[in-house]
Design a protein. Structure first.
Length: 224
């Protein structure tokens, strides 16, 4: 019997754009300099629109004519530059995230990550602020192209006997993952920060928060 909070990472806990936008620029510049692509660097809006997608979906949008091997090379370059920027301290979590995660764990909530990122990226982000130890399990789907978030959440429920909980994220796939598994859904649309989804993407969520601290208020109210 377990109560759990299942989090997305990018756009939910971590300010992805601080790392991903400059990393994409560096990766594209490398490929253009090597003569492997002719495409111009996508606009920031185009890059932001891919956040929350898996790697193959990202490159299908940004390099639609590239071969699978070139997309793989682009993905490796992107990871290289993302990790460099993380190690340089460029990454940031949203206000209240680090404190809030500790408080949730102290109050008996098991914490999980279900992210469309790849393992190396997700672990580098969490390790940058020594947050790995807070999570019972980290599920990365970027290296599992056939598994959707709703399936991953269902697997966690079965594996850990989760009887009550929340799915927290910023995209419709997070809301769907919670709804399909009878968990409460909380959409993240933080005030003062870029939002990567469509305007109505979170309309089916049970709650929408504009600051991470609101999450604890909702959970305490639901349990009272």
């Amino acid at each position: 019997m377990m109560k759990a909070c299942i989090f997305d990472l990018d756009g939910t806990l971590f300010q992805t754009e601080r790392i991903a936008v400059p990393a994409f620029a560096k990766a594209f510049q490398d490929l253009r300099r090597q003569g492997k692509i002719e495409e111009d660097l996508p606009t920031e809006a185009e890059i932001l629109s891919t956040f929350g997608l898996k790697g193959d979906q990202i490159w299908a949008k940004l390099l639609p004519t590239a071969t699978p091997s070139l997309r793989k090379e682009a993905d490796q370059l992107l990871l290289k530059y993302e990790k460099e920027l993380i190690n340089e301290g460029m990454g940031k979590f949203y206000p209240g995230v680090e404190k809030g995660l500790v408080q949730l764990q102290e109050r008996g909530w098991a914490l999980f990550i279900v992210s469309n990122g790849i393992p190396e990226y997700v672990h580098a982000v969490l390790a940058s602020r020594e947050l790995l130890k807070l999570f019972t399990s980290i599920c990365t789907l970027g290296n599992q192209p056939t598994i959707q978030k709703k399936d991953a959440v269902r697997n966690l429920i079965r594996q850990y006997s989760i009887t009550h909980g929340y799915v927290i994220g910023d995209r419709v796939s997070d809301v769907e993952a919670g709804k399909k598994n009878d968990l409460i859904t909380i959409g993240c649309k933080y005030q003062g920060f870029p939002y990567f989804g469509k305007e109505d993407e979170l309309q089916e969520a049970d709650h929408i928060i504009q600051h991470f601290s609101e999450l604890l208020t909702i959970i305490e109210a639901d349990l009272s």
